[in-house]
Design a protein around this ligand. Structure first.
Ligand SMILES: [Ca+2]
Ligand SMILES: [Ca+2]
Ligand SMILES: [Ca+2]
Ligand SMILES: [Ca+2]
Length: 446
C-alpha cells in the first residue's frame, strides 16, 4: 500500500482500535516493564534500549508506529534470491499489562532472574496471530505457564500489538481478555466472574472471521472456541470427535487419545471464511506416529464436515507451531524441533497442499523457509549476515503480502532461553521476504 494511502487508512481505522477493551487500550497505553537482574551479555545494551524506548515511547502515536512498521517490509529489497530478513523487532520479556492482576503464584523452576508471583499479567506466550491490516495485529496469549495446574492465575487474552521496525520495537496498543459471561461453558470454571484462565483452556491458534469474531483452537479439549470481538464466548466449546486430551479425560472420565499439549496448534481459514482447518500438534492414538490430523470445520453449520487430511512431520519428535491458509488448497505450516539456542536445529516453514498429487494420503510438503538460515545482508537487529531464529517454540506466521511473511516466537515466559543462554527470551517479531510470490488467495490478504 502506498504510504499516503496507508496514512489515510490508519487515521480512519486506529480510533476503532482504541475501542478495544482493557487497561492497555488506546494511545495512553503504558507498558509495565520489569527487568530481571541478568549477567551483562552482548544483547544487554539492546535490551536496555528496547526497555527504555518502550517506557518512554508508550504513548507514541499509533500512526507513526504503523507507518514505520509497514514501510520497512513493503520497502524491503528489490529482489531476493533466498529468504531474506526485512524487519526485526522485539517486545522485552517482562512486559506486563498494567493495572491487571497478579500472576504466576505457582510458577516454579528457572525464572531467569525474574521473581514470581508477578505484580501483573505478562504479555507473552504468543501462540497465534491475525493481521488487522491497519498496522496492528491481534496476537493470542498461550495458557500462561505451560500446564493446567500452574496457570489458574493467568488470564487468557488477545493482545493488540504494533511492530515498529524502524526502532526494532513492538508497542502494545490494547487487547481483550477472553471471558464467558453468558455461561456457555457447561462445566465449572476457575473463576466465579467467568474470566477465562490458563486452567480452563490452553489457547494456541486463532482465526478472525469477516464479522470480527474469533475462532480459537484449544489444547485441553481439544476444543474450537468462538468468541465475539470483545472476547466473549459465543457458543459452548466444540469437541473434536474421537480426540480427547488428558485434561478433558480427567474431567469427564473418557479415556485420552492424545498427549498433553497436543491439540489445535494451528487454525487456518479458507478464503472467504466458510471453513476453518484445525491442525493437531500431536498424533492421535492409533494413527501412524508423526502424522497429524487436519480437520475441516464448517463455520456456517458449526460442525466438522468429516473431511480430514494428514500432515507428516519430518521427524516424529518434531511439532507444529502454527498453520495458516495460502489459498483453498495450500497451507503454510511451522514445523520445529524441541531445541533452543545451541540445540535448535530444525525450525522451518513448509507449504502443504491438500490436493495430494502423489496420492500417498498425505499433504504434499515443500520447504519454504529455513528459519535457521535467513539471509540478513543489512545486518538487521545487529545480527550477522545469516540470521537464525533459535527458539524452542515458534508459533506465529502471517502473510503480509504475496512475498512477505511475519514470524514470531512463543517465549514461554520466563522459561525459554533460546536467544541468549541464561536470559529469558523476548518476543521477537521478524519479517521475511520470499524469492518467489506465494500466489496467495487475495481474500486472505484483507
Ligand atoms: Ca504456545
Ligand atoms: Ca500455537
Ligand atoms: Ca499451550
Ligand atoms: Ca501427498
Amino acid at each position: 500500500m502506498p504510504v499516503a494511502r496507508l496514512a489515510r487508512a490508519v487515521r480512519q481505522r486506529v480510533p476503532a482500535a482504541a475501542g478495544v477493551e482493557g487497561p492497555t487500550a488506546g494511545r495512553s497505553a503504558a507498558i509495565g516493564v520489569l527487568l530481571p537482574v541478568h549477567p551483562v551479555s552482548l544483547t544487554s545494551g539492546l535490551m536496555g534500549k528496547i526497555a527504555n524506548r518502550t517506557l518512554a515511547g508508550a504513548g507514541a502515536l499509533v500512526l507513526a508506529v504503523a507507518l514505520a512498521g509497514t514501510a520497512s517490509y513493503a520497502g524491503g529489497h528489490p529482489k531476493v534470491t533466498t529468504p531474506t530478513l526485512t524487519g526485526w523487532a522485539a517486545l522485552p520479556a517482562g512486559t506486563f499489562v498494567p493495572g491487571s492482576e497478579p500472576s504466576g503464584a505457582l510458577v516454579t523452576g528457572d525464572l531467569h532472574g525474574f521473581t514470581a508471583p508477578f505484580a501483573d499479567q505478562p504479555v507473552q506466550g504468543f501462540s497465534g496471530i491475525v493481521d488487522n491490516h491497519d498496522g496492528t495485529f491481534d496476537v493470542l496469549s498461550d495458557n500462561g505457564y505451560g500446564n493446567q495446574a500452574n496457570s489458574a492465575d493467568f488470564l487468557l487474552r488477545v493482545h493488540r500489538l504494533a511492530p515498529a521496525f524502524a526502532t526494532n520495537t513492538v508497542d502494545v496498543v490494547g487487547g481483550v481478555n477472553l471471558t464467558d459471561p453468558n455461561g456457555k461453558v457447561p462445566w465449572p470454571l476457575t473463576r466465579a466472574d467467568r474470566v477465562l484462565t490458563g486452567a480452563d483452556f490452553d489457547v494456541e491458534s486463532i482465526v478472525k472471521a469477516a464479522d470480527g469474531t474469533f475462532w480459537i483452537g484449544d489444547e485441553f479439549g481439544p476444543y474450537l472456541l468462538h468468541f465475539d470481538r470483545g472476547g466473549r464466548l459465543l457458543t459452548a466449546p466444540i469437541p473434536l470427535d474421537g480426540v480427547v486430551a488428558p485434561e478433558t479425560a480427567a474431567r469427564t472420565g473418557v479415556p485420552a487419545t492424545t498427549g498433553s499439549s497436543k491439540g489445535f496448534e494451528g487454525l487456518a481459514s479458507s478464503p472467504g471464511g466458510r471453513y476453518v482447518y484445525g491442525l493437531l500438534e500431536g498424533t492421535v492414538t492409533g494413527d501412524t506416529p508423526g502424522q497429524l490430523r487436519l480437520n475441516e470445520f464448517d463455520t456456517r453449520a458449526q460442525r466438522y464436515t468429516g473431511k480430514r487430511y494428514r500432515y507428516r512431520l519430518e521427524s516424529a519428535t518434531n511439532a507444529i507451531g502454527d498453520a495458516i491458509a495460502v489459498d483453498r488448497d495450500r497451507f503454510l505450516i511451522i514445523e520445529r524441533d524441541g531445541g533452543q539456542g545451541a540445540t535448535a536445529v530444525f525450525k522451518r516453514l513448509y507449504l502443504a497442499d491438500k490436493r495430494d498429487r502423489d496420492r500417498d494420503g498425505l499433504l504434499d510438503k515443500t520447504l519454504l523457509v529455513d528459519l535457521m538460515n535467513i539471509a540478513n545482508p543489512k545486518r538487521l537487529g545487529g545480527f550477522g549476515t545469516t540470521f537464525t531464529f533459535p527458539f524452542q517454540t515458534i508459533e506465529d506466521v502471517v502473510i503480509l503480502d504475496d512475498t512477505h511473511l511475519a514470524v514470531l516466537n512463543d517465549n514461554n515466559f520466563p522459561f525459554s532461553s533460546g536467544r541468549t543462554a541464561g536470559r529469558a527470551d523476548d518476543n521477537e517479531w521478524i519479517t521475511i521476504q520470499l524469492p518467489q510470490p506465494l500466489h496467495t488467495d487475495r481474500r486472505l490478504l484483507r
